[in-house]
Design a protein around this ligand. Structure first.
Ligand code: LLP
Length: 426
């Protein structure tokens, strides 16, 4: 994060606090959020997309404190389940600034969204259209909806997190004509208010050409809708998925460049189709919260395996960061509690779980004198680490501490053994 530095004796500090003091007060493992860094990222997106709406994708990481931070910085919020909606509402997020996603929203979830008055619902299937139309009729309300369109773009990212190629579960197909059919059905029934189209092509994307292709395709659809029914849809959402730097090899675009490029292509395409330029929105999750957090671990054992490799075991692992095992993700690690003059040692940082795939950082040079009791920091863990954490092996999930101006406050408390037992009945 932006406010990390090395103190006089070489220990890592964040927003003026020594990580040894943070670890002593809150324990490890621990997610440490650099609050000013998170807020600066919110502002960078808000300023770059100043004419547009920026929805923070809460699936990356959500808790009440973070909802308040992003709301204070002028962002909207994208939720994708009843649980995320509940957190958003509990934190006081204005419902009209919430967008509701999901490919299988239940009747209960949709009812809750209507009751709360969420700003827009992104509709994903004909079944959901029927469900939502019936609920809206019953309640006499007219919710704003976007149609999620599968634009057929192959995003260059891991298969599990690419979402706009044809053969996957999200959205209405553009090529097959169901996206147009869905839009026309909403317009003809007149029960829901069709605000626009939505496309999300995947996650951890660096090459912006995918967004350009998807913008072009949804705007072509928008022109077809105009030709069929004479309406110009006022909104267009191009989704999230903006990549971040997990290691020094990654080179992400800055929000301003992203915004300029998206706006240019949208304006160009609208001119070509003689469409009024719609109000744009984007849904960054990872790019807002990912770089603002590091995980602080304590080293438990250091093992040299027959000269092949050195394994540095830390006190967490795949339960607090499943991304390495699940997506073959790359992270880095740094010795955080002290300086070392020792030479580099190629190490693998692993967790404490009963599984050999329990790897946090595949390969990293750590000082050769790394030892039990040292603190190790793994940066870039703000997105999809706490939110995908599990209790595998009955390991309690770590808490989250927000640090700002030399002060640390717990925003998610660490789980305890009592928490682990709390759901057992009998
Ligand atoms: N909008 C929609 C409709 C989405 O489905 C997603 C992510 C986002 C926005 C935010 O994407 P972001 O800007 O954070 O990349 N667990 C995976 C990522 C799954 C993303 C799911 N949808 C990971 O750890 O990489």
């Amino acid at each position: 994060p932006g406010n990390t530095a090395r103190g006089a004796d070489g220990a890592l500090t964040v927003a003026g606090l020594d990580v040894r003091d943070i670890a002593a007060e809150f324990g490890t493992p621990l997610y440490v959020l650099d609050e000013d860094d998170l807020r600066a990222r919110c502002r960078a997106f808000r300023d770059a997309f100043s004419a547009d709406d920026v929805y923070y994708a809460g699936k990356a990481f959500l808790c009440r404190a973070v909802v308040r931070m992003i709301a204070e910085e002028g962002l909207f919020l994208d939720v994708c389940s009843g649980g995320e909606l509940a957190v958003a509402l509990a934190a006081g997020m204005p419902p009209e600034r919430i967008g509701f996603h999901g490919n299988n929203k239940s009747v209960a979830e949709l009812s809750r969204a209507l009751e709360a008055g969420v700003g827009r619902i992104i509709v994903d299937s004909f079944t959901e259209l029927d469900r939502l139309t019936a609920l809206a009729r019953e309640r006499g309300v007219r919710p704003g909806v976007l149609i999620r369109v599968t634009v057929g773009v192959e995003a260059h990212t891991h298969e599990f997190i690419a979402t706009a190629h044809e053969d996957q579960k999200f959205g209405f197909s553009l090529a097959g004509g169901s996206a147009l059919a869905a839009a026309l059905r909403v317009l003809d029934e007149g029960v829901l208010e069709l605000r626009g189209l939505h496309s999300h092509i995947g996650s951890q994307i660096f090459d912006t050409s995918g967004f350009e292709v998807s913008a072009r395709r949804v705007l072509t659809l928008q022109a077809q809708i105009r030709d069929a029914r004479g309406v110009q849809l006022p909104e267009l959402d191009l989704g999230g998925g903006f990549g971040i730097a997990y290691t020094s090899q990654d080179d992400p675009a800055v929000p301003q460049d992203l915004a300029d490029r998206l706006r240019k292509i949208v304006e160009f395409e609208c001119a070509a189709e003689r469409l009024a330029v719609p109000r744009l929105s984007v849904e960054p999750g990872r790019a807002i919260v990912g770089p603002a957090v590091f995980t602080l671990y304590e080293v438990g054992t250091v093992k040299d395996v027959d000269g092949i490799r050195t394994y540095v075991s830390v006190d967490g692992g795949m339960s607090d960061n499943i991304r390495t095992a699940l997506y073959d993700a790359s992270y880095s690690a740094t010795l955080a509690s002290r300086a070392s003059a020792a030479g580099p040692l190629l190490a693998r940082v692993v967790g404490k779980h009963c599984e050999s795939g329990d790897i946090v950082v595949k390969d990293e040079f750590l000082p050769a004198d790394v030892q039990p009791g040292d603190l190790v920091a793994v940066p870039g863990t703000g997105a999809y680490c706490r939110s995908m954490a599990s209790n595998y092996n009955h390991v309690p999930r770590p808490g989250v501490v927000a640090v700002r101006n030399g002060r640390a406050r717990l925003i998610v408390r660490p789980e305890t053994e009592e928490d682990l037992l709390a759901l057992d009945v009998g």
